[in-house]
Design a protein around this ligand. Structure first.
Ligand SMILES: [Zn+2]
Length: 270
């Protein structure tokens, strides 16, 4: 696949990066129709696409790349989560491909978009797709970033495609998050013994960036808790130095607000 990556005609929406023998990442180019990262996995006789971008144009290019790189139609599309930047291109892959997402994500998508995907949907807790030369595991540890998140795990290559559970040098987005569960999920991913991560946004990375996300979530929880204790308004909190250079800065404030809402709700219950 490596030589094909360079030979691909290219897309303005993403840049292909050879990650391992069986995985090519499609890293989003900011300001285009992609927004999130996607991945293409070739299991020898089975081609899998992970996440499908924000627009049909970007998804069409992704489909073309997948077919070009692997020489096969796409058999499965895995959605790591229900946000529109990860699912909007799904229809481009129908009817040849089966769409795989969790039941919870499917219900949410149904409510939001009334897309009828039920005939393609699989309920997963752990599912393995076997190909001739490799296999991938689809794992869910429940919901952290959203109500239900999936990762794609290739044990032999010590690699995971995480969706937005891990972002590289981007503020994680807590809008639909359960921060404690998110931390717990990241701890479980750490136990998988992986070396390479294809994150939801940003460059290909490693456990180091996963740990940065853990630190970020813990820091936000700590900052908000402390501000609330001191009766300080969260609007006065500034992005900590170590996260200054990160993208998605606008989410910093909404992350603080979300955590404040969660803490207040928790305190009301006590
Ligand atoms: Zn995303």
């Amino acid at each position: 696949m490596k030589s094909r990556v360079t030979a691909f005609r290219g897309s303005k929406h993403f840049q292909l990066k050879h990650v391992t023998d069986h995985v090519i990442a499609a890293i989003a180019i900011p300001g285009t129709g992609s927004l999130n990262n996607a991945a293409i996995s070739d299991l020898g006789d089975t081609t899998i696409v992970v996440d499908t971008f924000l627009t049909l144009q970007a998804a069409s290019d992704l489909k073309e790349a997948a077919i070009y790189l692997t020489g096969k139609p796409v058999s499965y599309v895995v959605n790591t989560l229900w946000h529109s930047d990860h699912i909007s291109g799904n229809q481009v892959f129908l009817p040849e491909a089966r769409i795989i997402l969790t039941t919870a994500s499917h219900e949410i998508m149904d409510t939001f978009s009334r897309q009828r995907l039920s005939q393609y949907q699989e309920n997963i807790e752990q599912m393995v797709i076997h190909g001739r030369s490799s296999c991938v595991q689809l794992l869910t540890f429940g919901g952290g970033h959203t109500q239900s998140d999936v990762i794609v795990y290739i044990p032999e290559e010590k690699l995971v495609v995480t969706g937005d559970l891990v972002l590289s040098k981007h503020h994680p987005v807590l809008t639909n998050a359960n921060p404690q569960e998110w931390l717990h999920i990241l701890e479980q991913i750490e136990q998988l013994g992986i070396e390479t991560i294809v994150p939801g946004h940003g460059n290909i990375c490693s456990l180091r960036e996963l740990r940065e996300v853990k630190d970020y979530i813990s820091d936000i929880l700590g900052l908000v808790a402390k501000a609330m204790q001191n009766k300080q308004h969260i609007d006065s909190l500034e992005v900590p130095d170590k996260y200054q250079g990160w993208s998605f800065t606008t989410y910093f404030k909404s992350n603080l607000t979300k955590v404040q809402t969660l803490i207040s709700a928790y305190e009301d219950e006590q």
